[in-house]
Ligand binder design. Structure first.
Ligand code: SIN
Length: 346
């Protein structure tokens, strides 16, 4: 009798073991921005698609606004397995690879389309494996947008920034960028930026429109200079060991969810950047400063020495490939010009 009880217990354990293994795989996707930003929307789209493709097999938990981990802690958490997916700003990877610093070089890209062309090039895609030796796998880039300077004084020329304190992300390139114009950069986590601007710990910052609007930075800055001087984009990453250990069917479904959600995030970024800009302007809290071509050239000239400073760490090949992405528009432009000449002759 006793033996039968023991056997029943063992069987029950076995059965419950099977039931336990069938529990959904919990996937935590953590980020530091609002749900309505391109990255925020991409993360929610990933959840929607992944759970639809793998019903009962995965549960995706999205944590926006630094709720689970903020800057500084999130990468460590990924490597410890406390979170499975992140999409940090490309400025926050220098501990793991110096190559991504290419995205921080000021005035390297003409616009967000050039950034996209570089990201989709062979050189750009190679960057997904640039942190393999650190146990990190990259899946794709998500745009946020081009960055704008902000401060409590209007910034027309580099001389206007001299002596001001600017909040920057944890990037040595961005530090050099502000030092190049005689300003004082300070590395501060994203979750603390509003407070730092409001309390005067720093005088200014640099952000794309989506972050300015969703975090209300324009309410604590008197001026925003439409400088488009650099880019703030993301790489979606996972812990390579976790990813490689997933069952094949789960990996397949998640790969599809990853691809589609990244495309969705990029679509949001490209189509909503103007809306975020318009909302900031409509709020009338900060005045938007426009630069003349000559003023923009002054900023470019002052900041460009940063390229040479970091060329050794980044690699000339990557910088050249990024510059080529600016030029790729030229043939299309030339074609258009030729067409319009042809039409005007008719
Ligand atoms: C983010 O967009 O993820 C934050 C960027 C920042 O720290 O400025």
């Amino acid at each position: 009798m006793k033996l039968r009880t023991a056997m029943t217990f063992v069987l029950a354990l076995g059965i419950s073991g099977v039931a336990y293994a069938a529990d959904p795989i919990i996937i935590k996707y953590s980020h530091v921005v609002a749900d309505t930003t391109p990255k925020g929307q991409a993360a929610l789209k990933f959840k929607e698609i992944a759970e639809k493709l793998l019903p009962g097999k995965v549960e995706v938990q999205v944590f926006p606004n630094s709720q689970l981990f903020g800057d500084g802690k999130e990468m460590e958490a990924l490597l410890l397995g406390d979170v499975q997916i992140l999409a940090p700003s490309l400025s926050k990877f220098s501990k793991y690879t110096k190559k991504l610093q290419v995205f921080d070089l000021p005035f390297l890209f003409d616009d967000i389309n050039a950034v996209g062309r570089f990201q989709n090039s062979a050189k750009g895609r190679e960057l997904f494996t640039s942190m393999e030796d650190k146990g990190i796998v990259g899946f794709g880039f998500i745009h946020n947008g081009m960055k704008q300077f902000s401060a409590n004084v209007p910034l027309y020329t580099p001389a206007d920034a001299k002596g001001l304190k600017f909040r920057i992300q944890a990037s040595d390139v961005l530090e050099a960028q502000f030092k190049a114009v005689g300003a004082n950069p300070q590395k501060i986590a994203f979750a603390e930026v509003y407070q730092a601007l409001q309390s005067g710990v720093v005088d200014g910052a640099e952000n794309p429109w989506a972050n300015i609007y969703t975090k209300k930075f324009h309410e604590v800055q008197k001026f925003i200079t439409e400088s488009n001087h650099g880019v703030l984009d993301y790489m979606v990453i996972a812990n390579a060991k976790w990813w490689n250990g997933l069952p094949a069917d789960v990996k397949k479904g998640l790969s599809q969810a990853m691809e589609e959600s990244i495309a969705f995030g990029n679509h949001v970024a490209l189509t909503e950047d103007d809306d975020f800009r318009a909302k900031v302007i409509a709020d009338k809290k900060a005045a938007v400063v426009q630069l003349s071509a000559a003023q923009k050239q002054q900023w470019r000239t002052a900041m460009k020495p940063v390229w040479a400073q970091f060329e050794g760490e980044i690699g000339k090949d990557l910088i050249d490939a990024a510059l080529q992405a600016n030029e790729k528009a030229a043939p299309a432009k030339k074609e258009e010009e030729a067409k319009s000449k042809h039409h005007s002759k008719k």
